[in-house]
Design a protein around this ligand. Structure first.
Ligand SMILES: NC(=O)c1ccc[n+]([C@@H]2O[C@H](COP(=O)([O-])OP(=O)(O)OC[C@H]3O[C@@H](n4cnc5c(N)ncnc54)[C@H](O)[C@@H]3O)[C@@H](O)[C@H]2O)c1
Length: 251
Protein backbone atom coordinates (compact mmCIF):
# COMPACT_ATOMS: atom_id res chain seq x y z
CA UNK A 1 0.00 0.00 0.00
CA UNK A 2 1.39 3.42 -0.93
CA UNK A 3 0.81 5.61 2.12
CA UNK A 4 3.78 7.89 1.42
CA UNK A 5 2.89 11.51 2.23
CA UNK A 6 6.29 13.07 1.50
CA UNK A 7 5.89 16.67 0.33
CA UNK A 8 2.27 16.75 1.48
CA UNK A 9 0.66 18.79 4.25
CA UNK A 10 -2.13 17.66 6.58
CA UNK A 11 -4.31 19.48 9.08
CA UNK A 12 -5.25 17.20 11.99
CA UNK A 13 -7.72 18.30 14.66
CA UNK A 14 -7.89 16.71 18.09
CA UNK A 15 -4.12 16.14 17.96
CA UNK A 16 -3.53 16.71 21.69
CA UNK A 17 -4.46 13.16 22.65
CA UNK A 18 -5.92 9.81 21.73
CA UNK A 19 -6.72 9.15 18.09
CA UNK A 20 -5.67 12.62 16.89
CA UNK A 21 -2.22 12.19 18.40
CA UNK A 22 -1.91 8.66 16.98
CA UNK A 23 -2.92 10.04 13.57
CA UNK A 24 -0.28 12.77 13.81
CA UNK A 25 2.40 10.16 14.58
CA UNK A 26 1.33 8.00 11.61
CA UNK A 27 1.21 10.93 9.18
CA UNK A 28 4.62 12.18 10.29
CA UNK A 29 6.07 8.67 9.90
CA UNK A 30 4.63 8.70 6.36
CA UNK A 31 6.54 11.95 5.66
CA UNK A 32 3.74 14.54 5.89
CA UNK A 33 4.17 18.04 7.25
CA UNK A 34 1.52 18.72 9.87
CA UNK A 35 -0.67 21.50 11.21
CA UNK A 36 -2.07 20.29 14.53
CA UNK A 37 -5.10 21.94 16.14
CA UNK A 38 -6.65 21.31 19.54
CA UNK A 39 -8.16 23.19 22.49
CA UNK A 40 -5.83 21.37 24.92
CA UNK A 41 -2.57 23.36 24.93
CA UNK A 42 -0.58 21.05 27.21
CA UNK A 43 -1.55 17.93 25.25
CA UNK A 44 -0.69 19.64 21.99
CA UNK A 45 2.80 20.54 23.30
CA UNK A 46 3.28 16.89 24.29
CA UNK A 47 2.35 15.71 20.80
CA UNK A 48 4.69 18.25 19.23
CA UNK A 49 7.51 17.05 21.53
CA UNK A 50 6.83 13.46 20.49
CA UNK A 51 7.26 14.53 16.86
CA UNK A 52 10.49 16.49 17.42
CA UNK A 53 12.70 13.91 15.69
CA UNK A 54 10.19 12.94 13.02
CA UNK A 55 11.80 14.96 10.24
CA UNK A 56 8.43 16.53 9.45
CA UNK A 57 7.71 20.23 9.80
CA UNK A 58 5.14 20.60 12.56
CA UNK A 59 2.99 23.66 13.21
CA UNK A 60 0.43 23.77 15.96
CA UNK A 61 -2.35 25.99 17.18
CA UNK A 62 -4.51 26.07 20.30
CA UNK A 63 -8.01 26.57 18.98
CA UNK A 64 -11.55 26.04 20.20
CA UNK A 65 -13.22 24.46 17.19
CA UNK A 66 -16.70 25.16 18.53
CA UNK A 67 -16.17 28.62 16.99
CA UNK A 68 -16.84 28.55 13.20
CA UNK A 69 -14.48 31.47 12.58
CA UNK A 70 -11.69 29.66 14.44
CA UNK A 71 -12.22 26.63 12.16
CA UNK A 72 -11.85 28.80 9.07
CA UNK A 73 -8.73 30.45 10.51
CA UNK A 74 -7.13 27.08 11.32
CA UNK A 75 -7.24 26.21 7.62
CA UNK A 76 -5.91 29.64 6.67
CA UNK A 77 -3.02 29.18 9.13
CA UNK A 78 -2.15 25.71 7.81
CA UNK A 79 -2.12 26.87 4.20
CA UNK A 80 -0.11 29.97 5.12
CA UNK A 81 2.51 27.74 6.78
CA UNK A 82 2.86 25.10 4.05
CA UNK A 83 1.52 26.79 0.92
CA UNK A 84 -0.74 23.82 0.30
CA UNK A 85 -3.13 21.40 1.96
CA UNK A 86 -3.41 17.73 1.00
CA UNK A 87 -5.43 16.26 3.85
CA UNK A 88 -7.94 17.43 6.43
CA UNK A 89 -8.45 14.94 9.26
CA UNK A 90 -11.43 15.88 11.42
CA UNK A 91 -10.62 13.92 14.57
CA UNK A 92 -11.53 16.24 17.48
CA UNK A 93 -14.63 15.19 19.35
CA UNK A 94 -16.29 14.78 22.71
CA UNK A 95 -19.14 12.95 24.39
CA UNK A 96 -21.45 13.61 27.31
CA UNK A 97 -23.75 10.82 28.45
CA UNK A 98 -27.06 12.00 29.90
CA UNK A 99 -30.68 11.14 30.42
CA UNK A 100 -32.15 12.99 27.46
CA UNK A 101 -34.73 15.07 29.41
CA UNK A 102 -32.00 16.29 31.76
CA UNK A 103 -29.17 16.97 29.30
CA UNK A 104 -27.89 20.51 29.88
CA UNK A 105 -28.28 22.73 26.83
CA UNK A 106 -24.58 23.68 26.83
CA UNK A 107 -23.53 20.00 26.66
CA UNK A 108 -25.95 19.32 23.81
CA UNK A 109 -24.76 22.41 21.92
CA UNK A 110 -21.05 21.72 22.43
CA UNK A 111 -21.48 18.14 21.20
CA UNK A 112 -23.04 19.35 17.96
CA UNK A 113 -20.63 22.28 17.59
CA UNK A 114 -17.43 20.25 18.02
CA UNK A 115 -18.42 16.88 16.52
CA UNK A 116 -20.51 18.06 13.57
CA UNK A 117 -20.36 21.80 12.87
CA UNK A 118 -16.57 22.10 13.20
CA UNK A 119 -15.87 19.45 10.52
CA UNK A 120 -18.37 21.26 8.29
CA UNK A 121 -16.67 24.65 8.69
CA UNK A 122 -13.17 23.18 8.41
CA UNK A 123 -14.26 21.42 5.21
CA UNK A 124 -15.76 24.64 3.84
CA UNK A 125 -12.41 26.37 4.20
CA UNK A 126 -10.28 23.38 3.16
CA UNK A 127 -12.10 22.17 0.04
CA UNK A 128 -10.76 24.84 -2.37
CA UNK A 129 -7.19 23.93 -1.35
CA UNK A 130 -7.87 20.18 -1.48
CA UNK A 131 -9.31 20.54 -4.98
CA UNK A 132 -6.02 22.15 -6.02
CA UNK A 133 -3.88 19.42 -4.46
CA UNK A 134 -6.22 16.52 -5.35
CA UNK A 135 -6.39 15.90 -1.63
CA UNK A 136 -8.70 14.20 0.85
CA UNK A 137 -10.92 14.74 3.87
CA UNK A 138 -11.17 12.00 6.49
CA UNK A 139 -13.90 12.42 9.10
CA UNK A 140 -13.98 10.47 12.34
CA UNK A 141 -17.46 9.13 12.94
CA UNK A 142 -18.10 6.28 15.40
CA UNK A 143 -19.99 3.02 15.75
CA UNK A 144 -22.55 5.49 17.18
CA UNK A 145 -23.04 6.67 13.57
CA UNK A 146 -24.77 3.38 12.73
CA UNK A 147 -26.77 2.43 15.80
CA UNK A 148 -28.71 4.08 18.59
CA UNK A 149 -26.78 4.25 21.86
CA UNK A 150 -28.78 4.83 25.04
CA UNK A 151 -27.98 8.05 26.92
CA UNK A 152 -26.00 9.35 23.93
CA UNK A 153 -28.69 11.01 21.80
CA UNK A 154 -26.66 14.16 21.14
CA UNK A 155 -23.47 12.19 20.40
CA UNK A 156 -25.32 9.79 18.08
CA UNK A 157 -26.96 12.74 16.32
CA UNK A 158 -23.53 14.33 15.76
CA UNK A 159 -21.98 11.08 14.50
CA UNK A 160 -24.91 10.05 12.24
CA UNK A 161 -24.68 13.66 11.07
CA UNK A 162 -21.00 13.56 10.18
CA UNK A 163 -21.55 10.32 8.29
CA UNK A 164 -24.41 11.87 6.30
CA UNK A 165 -22.30 14.97 5.71
CA UNK A 166 -19.41 12.80 4.45
CA UNK A 167 -21.65 11.11 1.91
CA UNK A 168 -23.40 14.33 0.85
CA UNK A 169 -20.09 16.11 0.26
CA UNK A 170 -18.78 13.04 -1.58
CA UNK A 171 -21.78 13.27 -3.91
CA UNK A 172 -21.40 17.03 -4.36
CA UNK A 173 -17.76 16.53 -5.39
CA UNK A 174 -18.32 13.30 -7.32
CA UNK A 175 -16.83 14.85 -10.49
CA UNK A 176 -14.01 16.75 -8.78
CA UNK A 177 -10.45 15.76 -7.78
CA UNK A 178 -11.01 15.32 -4.06
CA UNK A 179 -11.89 12.29 -1.93
CA UNK A 180 -14.10 12.50 1.17
CA UNK A 181 -14.44 9.53 3.52
CA UNK A 182 -14.97 8.54 7.14
CA UNK A 183 -13.85 5.99 9.67
CA UNK A 184 -16.19 4.67 12.35
CA UNK A 185 -14.28 3.33 15.34
CA UNK A 186 -15.69 1.39 18.24
CA UNK A 187 -14.50 1.98 21.80
CA UNK A 188 -10.86 3.10 22.14
CA UNK A 189 -9.02 3.73 25.40
CA UNK A 190 -8.52 7.51 25.23
CA UNK A 191 -9.22 10.64 27.27
CA UNK A 192 -12.77 10.84 25.94
CA UNK A 193 -13.58 8.18 28.54
CA UNK A 194 -13.33 10.95 31.16
CA UNK A 195 -16.75 12.15 30.02
CA UNK A 196 -18.09 8.62 29.66
CA UNK A 197 -19.90 8.84 32.96
CA UNK A 198 -23.14 6.87 32.97
CA UNK A 199 -26.00 9.10 34.08
CA UNK A 200 -27.51 8.64 37.50
CA UNK A 201 -30.04 5.83 37.67
CA UNK A 202 -29.19 4.53 34.20
CA UNK A 203 -29.99 0.99 33.09
CA UNK A 204 -26.69 -0.84 32.52
CA UNK A 205 -28.42 -3.43 30.32
CA UNK A 206 -28.88 -0.63 27.80
CA UNK A 207 -25.25 0.48 28.05
CA UNK A 208 -24.06 -3.12 27.59
CA UNK A 209 -25.84 -3.13 24.22
CA UNK A 210 -23.20 -0.80 22.75
CA UNK A 211 -20.19 -1.90 24.79
CA UNK A 212 -19.36 -4.83 22.51
CA UNK A 213 -18.04 -8.31 23.36
CA UNK A 214 -14.51 -8.12 21.98
CA UNK A 215 -13.03 -5.26 23.95
CA UNK A 216 -11.63 -2.05 22.60
CA UNK A 217 -9.99 -1.03 19.34
CA UNK A 218 -6.37 0.19 19.19
CA UNK A 219 -5.98 3.89 18.30
CA UNK A 220 -2.94 3.03 16.15
CA UNK A 221 -5.09 0.69 14.02
CA UNK A 222 -7.69 3.42 13.46
CA UNK A 223 -4.95 5.95 12.67
CA UNK A 224 -3.63 3.53 10.01
CA UNK A 225 -7.09 3.60 8.37
CA UNK A 226 -7.13 7.41 8.42
CA UNK A 227 -3.69 7.52 6.78
CA UNK A 228 -4.74 4.95 4.20
CA UNK A 229 -7.85 6.97 3.29
CA UNK A 230 -5.85 10.20 3.02
CA UNK A 231 -3.07 8.74 0.89
CA UNK A 232 -2.63 7.20 -2.56
CA UNK A 233 -3.51 3.83 -1.02
CA UNK A 234 -7.06 5.07 -0.55
CA UNK A 235 -7.54 6.25 -4.14
CA UNK A 236 -10.54 3.93 -4.63
CA UNK A 237 -12.45 5.26 -1.63
CA UNK A 238 -14.95 8.13 -1.95
CA UNK A 239 -18.02 8.55 0.24
CA UNK A 240 -17.05 5.44 2.18
CA UNK A 241 -17.07 4.71 5.89
CA UNK A 242 -14.62 2.16 7.23
CA UNK A 243 -16.04 0.48 10.32
CA UNK A 244 -13.33 -0.56 12.76
CA UNK A 245 -15.37 -1.41 15.83
CA UNK A 246 -14.58 -5.00 16.87
CA UNK A 247 -18.03 -6.09 15.79
CA UNK A 248 -20.21 -3.67 17.77
CA UNK A 249 -22.34 -2.87 14.72
CA UNK A 250 -22.41 -6.43 13.39
CA UNK A 251 -25.84 -7.11 14.78
N1 LIG B 1 -12.57 6.76 22.27
C1 LIG B 1 -13.64 6.16 21.78
O1 LIG B 1 -14.17 5.20 22.35
C2 LIG B 1 -14.22 6.63 20.45
C3 LIG B 1 -15.09 5.78 19.76
C4 LIG B 1 -15.60 6.18 18.53
C5 LIG B 1 -15.26 7.42 18.03
N2 LIG B 1 -14.43 8.23 18.73
C6 LIG B 1 -14.10 9.52 18.15
O2 LIG B 1 -12.70 9.63 17.99
C7 LIG B 1 -12.35 11.01 17.96
C8 LIG B 1 -11.14 11.23 18.83
O3 LIG B 1 -11.49 11.01 20.18
P1 LIG B 1 -10.49 10.26 21.17
O4 LIG B 1 -11.10 8.96 21.48
O5 LIG B 1 -9.11 10.31 20.66
O6 LIG B 1 -10.66 11.15 22.50
P2 LIG B 1 -9.68 12.24 23.11
O7 LIG B 1 -10.47 12.92 24.16
O8 LIG B 1 -8.40 11.61 23.49
O9 LIG B 1 -9.38 13.22 21.90
C9 LIG B 1 -10.31 14.19 21.47
C10 LIG B 1 -9.56 15.48 21.25
O10 LIG B 1 -10.48 16.46 20.77
C11 LIG B 1 -10.12 17.68 21.40
N3 LIG B 1 -11.23 18.61 21.44
C12 LIG B 1 -12.39 18.49 22.15
N4 LIG B 1 -13.12 19.61 22.03
C13 LIG B 1 -12.41 20.46 21.24
C14 LIG B 1 -12.63 21.78 20.79
N5 LIG B 1 -13.70 22.49 21.14
N6 LIG B 1 -11.70 22.36 19.99
C15 LIG B 1 -10.57 21.67 19.65
N7 LIG B 1 -10.31 20.43 20.07
C16 LIG B 1 -11.22 19.83 20.86
C17 LIG B 1 -9.70 17.27 22.81
O11 LIG B 1 -8.96 18.28 23.46
C18 LIG B 1 -8.92 16.01 22.54
O12 LIG B 1 -7.55 16.27 22.35
C19 LIG B 1 -13.60 11.78 18.39
O13 LIG B 1 -14.22 12.34 17.25
C20 LIG B 1 -14.47 10.71 19.02
O14 LIG B 1 -15.84 11.02 18.93
C21 LIG B 1 -13.90 7.87 19.92
Amino acid sequence: MNTDMTGKAALITGAASGLGRATALKFAAAGADLWLADVNAAGLEETVAMLADSGSTIGHEVVDLSDPEACMQAVVAAVARFGRLDALCNVAGLIYLANTPQMPLDQYQRTIDVNLSAPFHLSQAAIPHLLESHGAIVNVASSAAHIGEAYAAAYCASKWGILGMTKAMAMEFQKAPIRINAVAPGGMVTNIAANFVPPEGCDFDLIKRFSGMRGTVEVADVADMILMLASEAGRGFHGACIDIDAGITAG
